[in-house]
Design a protein around this ligand. Sequence first.
Ligand SMILES: Cc1cc2nc3c(=O)[nH]c(=O)nc-3n(C[C@H](O)[C@H](O)[C@H](O)COP(=O)(O)OP(=O)(O)OC[C@H]3O[C@@H](n4cnc5c(N)ncnc54)[C@H](O)[C@@H]3O)c2cc1C
Ligand code: FES
Length: 280
Amino acid sequence: MRVNKSLNNPYLPELATVQEIIQETANIRTLRISLDDKEKMSEFSFRPGQVGQLSVFGVGESTFVINSPPTRKDYLQFSIMRVGEVTQRIHQLNAGDQIGLRAPLGNGFQYEDMKGHDILFIGGGIGMAPLRTLLLYMIDNRRDYGDIMVLYGARSPKDLCYTYEFEEWKAGGVNLVLTIDSEFPGWKERVGFVPTVLSEESPSPHNCIAVVCGPPIMIKFVLFGLKELGFEDHQILTTLEKRMKCGIGVCGRCNTGSKYVCLDGPVFSYEQIRGMAQEL
Ligand SMILES: Cc1cc2nc3c(=O)[nH]c(=O)nc-3n(C[C@H](O)[C@H](O)[C@H](O)COP(=O)(O)OP(=O)(O)OC[C@H]3O[C@@H](n4cnc5c(N)ncnc54)[C@H](O)[C@@H]3O)c2cc1C
Ligand code: FES
């Protein structure tokens, strides 16, 4: 058993308070929270891609990626899609309410190794959340990275998250390509599924790292598309969403092949998970 021993009592959540809530879409809400212990909040460090277990007391806890970057420390941000009991209750929270947080968990992106490369982010729906963390980190350290392109798709304009900061992304030197699945009144950007728009844009694999997150069907066809464009397995990163419980390598719930998503992931290169494709 490989347990994450860096936490004192790994099951004990820190108390945190909801500072602000942003309604992103009909079923996705963003929570900005801060730890009640100010010292712990100012010392809190993590890597883009790492996750936290948010708990609603008396209900349960669930895993969400920390989607504010470590370069912006006023709050920790989580975007939550309402799917079941815990997420339903998180959606009922108001600013000022208290919740629990166990974080950071998982491995995160090796952003040091990505320095000097062009970066291609490919996100679908709520899958933009982990990409946002790394994207904002790179905007805050812009000189370390080459060209940055974001291909972000959703079913309709109403299903896109973070629309209020698209201008900031562009001002940070990001080539933002937005697409929706089908025509929508007033929509002036691209129309078509993400893999199709990827082929049309045809980004060069030369010195480029692709970071992909979205629904499994999108990931599957995006991977085909990237391979056709000439991307090698080690140039493709993704984050996996296997259900997690303990988050620290004890319960075996997140086991995938020989890997634990909570310890070895959720960030993996396609090279690492290629052989496990059947189980994903
Ligand atoms: C590493 C990681 C990062 C994640 N990041 C985010 C995030 O940033 N934002 C976000 O909204 N969600 C994220 N999730 C998914 C989130 O953890 C689940 O949606 C949540 O646990 C559902 O809890 P619930 O009690 O509301 O739903 P439940 O009642 O437990 O389940 C409701 C439905 O959702 C399905 N479901 C539950 N958990 C998962 C899961 N992990 N993967 C696929 N299907 C699931 C169930 O099969 C069921 O159909 C992440 C999951 C992981 C493992
Ligand atoms: S082993 Fe428990 S969530 Fe990974």
